[in-house]
Design a protein around this ligand. Structure first.
Ligand code: SF4
Length: 344
């Protein structure tokens, strides 16, 4: 049974195949679907030889500090409008948004119908400077995201994805005109665990991260450090080396796990684990490594790599100090990487 069949529109990211089948191009699963079948995400499905994709609703929308997404090198201290839909292309045991990301379990929640223009207008009216597709995986609803973002761009706002990074070149190219920012979750550096716990392949996530950076999106990476899952010194070192090889300027957020859903037996991440991982990442050459999800944790501030001055001071999602100019320059003159200006 297709999920929310009335709230769909023909997808842009797919190709028609002989025999009425379709191939979806929105994420790296590249699902083949026969007539009536849905892809792995459960929300894109073949109807009469056409691929239909979610359209015209949100599972929720709310204002947030941009630091909550987290983007630390984007318009510090500003407000964003977060929105999401239903479904996901991963099946992560430790998902903290499972009531939204699982299409089957989303049955109890009702979609709120809205037009792309209304949503973009609501963001501007709420004083947001960015609009971010989040809560569930935005790649699976890329066409709807692009429509909302186009409206946001017309209002001078920046736009972003909070994503698992399972991107395709086709999706990146489709989104490039309307999408500025891409936060990616790098969940592990072990392919067997990616397959077992998330139903995905590490190599495709790494390809997606490379692609996002190369295509010119502003990239920040987040890793939820889970005790016994991905927090060994060796695995943290591998993730850090990969990101540093991409660019020392990619911000990496290390966040603490709190027990949820199928991983209730796993303890929360100790603050010392976060700090040790941060030191490993800094030694690997990354310049901006942050710790989150633990109140008062060290590693929340932005330090100028040229002069060592604390240029952005944070407490949780709150900004306490910002010494950067509107172009991202430290008082010493060094310009830090990021998106510091409103869209033009
Ligand atoms: S978005 Fe990904 S999971 Fe969903 S149908 Fe397309 S390729 Fe499959």
């Amino acid at each position: 049974m297709p999920f929310l069949p009335a709230l769909t529109r023909e997808a842009a990211l797919y190709e028609k195949l002989p025999g009425g089948r379709t191939r979806c191009l929105a994420c790296a699963h590249r699902c083949l679907a026969a007539e009536g079948a849905a892809g792995i995400c459960g929300v894109r499905f073949n109807s009469g030889g056409k691929l239909l994709a979610p359209w015209g609703y949100v599972s929720g929308a709310a204002p947030d500090p941009i630091e909550k997404k987290p983007f630390f090198h984007v318009l510090p201290g500003s407000r964003t409008l977060s929105f999401g839909m239903f479904g996901c292309n991963f099946r992560c045991d430790f998902c903290q948004n499972w009531q939204i990301s699982s299409a089957e379990k989303a049955g109890g929640r009702l979609p709120e119908t809205v037009s792309a223009e209304e949503l973009a207008g609501a963001a501007a009216a709420a004083g947001a400077r960015t609009v971010i597709s989040t809560y569930n995986e935005p790649l699976i609803t890329a066409e709807w995201g692009a429509a909302v973002f186009a409206g946001a761009k017309r209002r001078g706002l920046r736009t972003g994805f909070v994503s698992n990074g399972y991107a395709t070149p086709e999706a990146a190219s489709f989104l490039r005109p309307s999408l500025d920012l891409w936060k990616v979750d790098l969940k592990s550096f072990d392919d067997a665990r990616y397959r077992k716990v998330c139903g995905a392949r590490l190599s495709k996530v790494l390809d997606g991260i490379r692609l996002i950076r190369a295509a010119g999106f502003w990239l920040e990476v987040v890793t939820l450090l889970i005790p016994g899952f991905n927090d060994s010194d060796a695995e943290v070192g591998e993730m850090a080396a990969f990101l540093a090889g991409l660019s020392p300027e990619v911000p990496w957020h290390l966040t603490a796990f709190h027990p949820d859903r199928l991983m209730t037996a796993t303890p929360p991440t100790p603050p010392e684990t976060l700090q040790r991982a941060r030191e490993t990442a800094l030694k690997a050459g990354l310049r901006y490594v942050y710790c989150g999800n633990i109140p008062g944790a060290a590693g929340q501030n932005t330090i100028c790599p040229a002069c060592g001055k604390c240029v952005i001071e944070r407490e949780g999602f709150r900004l306490k100090k910002n010494l950067l100019s509107s172009g991202g320059a430290c008082p010493c003159g060094a310009v830090l990487p990021g998106v510091w200006n409103q869209a033009t």
